[in-house]
Design a protein around this ligand. Structure first.
Ligand code: ZN
Length: 248
C-alpha cells in the first residue's frame, strides 16, 4: 500500500500518515464487521443462541481471528454476545427477568428523552423524525419485515442522537439492541416491532411542545412493546411432561 518513493524534505509526515492509514483501515474493518453483525441482530437474521463460529467469520470477512475476537469482545461488552470459555461466542439469550429489566430501564430513560425533545427539538429535527417514520412506513408498505424491525429500533436511537447527549445515546443504543434480541426470543407470532402510528403520535406531541403527553406516549409505547411479548413463561423447574402428554 505504501509507495517506496523517497520522501522529500517537506514530506516528512508521509511515513506517519501511512501508519495512520493502516491503523484506520484496520479500525474500519473492525467497524464494518461489528456493524454487519449488529445489523443482522437488529434485523433478526441472527437469532439468540446462535453460535458465532470464529473460523467461519474469518473465512467470510477475510479478517484474522484476533480481529474477530475484538469484535466479539465489543459485542459482549454490549451484552449482545455471550462468551463462554472453551465453547466460544454465542448471540446472547436474555432471560425473562433481564427482559423485564431492559423495559423498566427503557421506560425510565426514554420518558425523560421524550420530555427533553418536547422541550427542545428544533423544527429541522422534527422534520428528520418524520422523515424516519416515512422510511418505516415505506418498509412496512413493501412488506420488508427485517427493515421494519430494524427501523423501529433505529427510531428510538435516532431520538437519543437528536437529544445531543452521547451517554444517553450509547445507553439507548444498547437497550434497543437488547430489545431486538428479546423480541426474537419472546415475540408472539405476528406481533409488530413497534405498534404502527405510535411513533407518529409521539412526534406530534413533541411538535406541540406537550411534554407531559410526550412522556406518557413514550411510556405507553414501551409498555405496548413489552405487552406484545410472552414474558409469562416460568423459567425454573423441569418441563411439565404431564401437561405435554395430557396425563394426570
Ligand atoms: Zn418504537
Amino acid at each position: 500500500m505504501a509507495t517506496k518513493r523517497k520522501p522529500a524534505p517537506e514530506d516528512v509526515s508521509n511515513g506517519a500518515e501511512d501508519i495512520n492509514t493502516a491503523a484506520d483501515a484496520e479500525q474500519s474493518l473492525n467497524e464494518s464487521i461489528y456493524r454487519d453483525l449488529h445489523t443482522a441482530i437488529m434485523e433478526h437474521r441472527l437469532l439468540a443462541g446462535t453460535k458465532l463460529v470464529e473460523e467461519r467469520l474469518c473465512e467470510v470477512t477475510g479478517a484474522s481471528r484476533a480481529r474477530i475476537r475484538q469484535v466479539f469482545a465489543r459485542l459482549a461488552h454490549e451484552k449482545l454476545v455471550t462468551l463462554i470459555p472453551n465453547r466460544g461466542a454465542f448471540i446472547s439469550s436474555p432471560t425473562i427477568e433481564e427482559a423485564r429489566q431492559v423495559f423498566q430501564a427503557r421506560r425510565m430513560v426514554e420518558r425523560e428523552l421524550a420530555a427533553l425533545l418536547a422541550a427542545e427539538a428544533t423544527p429541522a429535527q422534527i422534520r428528520a423524525m418524520r422523515n424516519h417514520i416515512g422510511q418505516e412506513d415505506a418498509a412496512r408498505a413493501r412488506g420488508d419485515r427485517a427493515a421494519v424491525i430494524r427501523l423501529s429500533g433505529a427510531f428510538h436511537i435516532f431520538l437519543a442522537e437528536l437529544a445531543g447527549n452521547a451517554i444517553l445515546e450509547k445507553l439507548v443504543r444498547e437497550m434497543v439492541s437488547l430489545t431486538c434480541l428479546i423480541i426474537t426470543l419472546y415475540d408472539r407470532p405476528g406481533a409488530p416491532a413497534c405498534p404502527e402510528h405510535e411513533h407518529r403520535d409521539l412526534v406530534d406531541a413533541i411538535e406541540r411542545r406537550d411534554t407531559a403527553r410526550a412522556e406518557a406516549l413514550m411510556v405507553d409505547h414501551l409498555r405496548h412493546i413489552e405487552g406484545s411479548l410472552d414474558l409469562s413463561v416460568r423459567e425454573t423447574g423441569a418441563p411439565d411432561f404431564h401437561s405435554i402428554f395430557h396425563r394426570e
